[in-house]
Write a protein that binds this ligand. Structure first.
Ligand code: FES
Length: 164
């Protein structure tokens, strides 16, 4: 199982995964922090990686799956270096978030669950981001873009690309 994960993520990354499990794997209640730290390394938590983590921590795979799917912070699908989160909550929807999502998808050249060929971006439609006063809202990485003009939505990708 490990070799397949090495082929997917590299030996260096899997060594970091093992180091996280080594450090926190036996600490009671540490599953959340283990998954958080591992996702920082692998950017997502596919099922075969979840099974590996469960086996190394000697816990049922269903426990890992339960945590990985409960928190929206975790992703089973691959993610780009920057995740573009387009809010489709009510306040954003009435301000044309669907059009923004469509334009950004085309600009990046990916559908949900895909990563752009250069690995830079993936895109997700999300529920209310808690910034309704700024609707329509898009979050890219750690930056929030509000009051977006749907006609010029692509500009925020250009701003995100400027960041090294
Ligand atoms: S509905 Fe989009 S931020 Fe609340």
């Amino acid at each position: 199982m490990r070799q397949e994960l090495v082929n997917q993520f590299s030996e260096e990354r899997m060594a970091r995964v093992d180091a996280v499990i080594e450090e926190y794997g036996k600490v009671p209640g540490a599953l959340l922090i283990v998954l958080e730290k591992i996702q920082d390394v692998t950017r997502h938590l596919p099922l075969d990686l979840q099974r590996y983590i469960a086996a190394k921590m000697e816990i049922p795979p269903s426990r890992v799956f339960g945590v990985a799917t409960f928190y929206s912070y975790f992703s089973i699908a691959p993610r780009g270096r920057q995740v573009v989160k387009v809010c489709s909550g009510t306040a954003c929807y009435v301000k044309r978030s669907a059009e923004i999502l469509d334009r950004l998808r085309r600009r990046i050249g990916v559908e949900e669950g895909e990563v752009s060929p250069d690995g830079a971006f993936s895109i997700e439609e999300v529920r209310c981001l808690g910034a309704c006063g700024l609707a329509p809202v898009v979050v890219i990485g750690d930056r929030t873009f509000g009051l977006i003009d749907p006609e010029n939505a692509e500009e925020i990708i250009e701003k995100a690309e400027e960041r090294p």
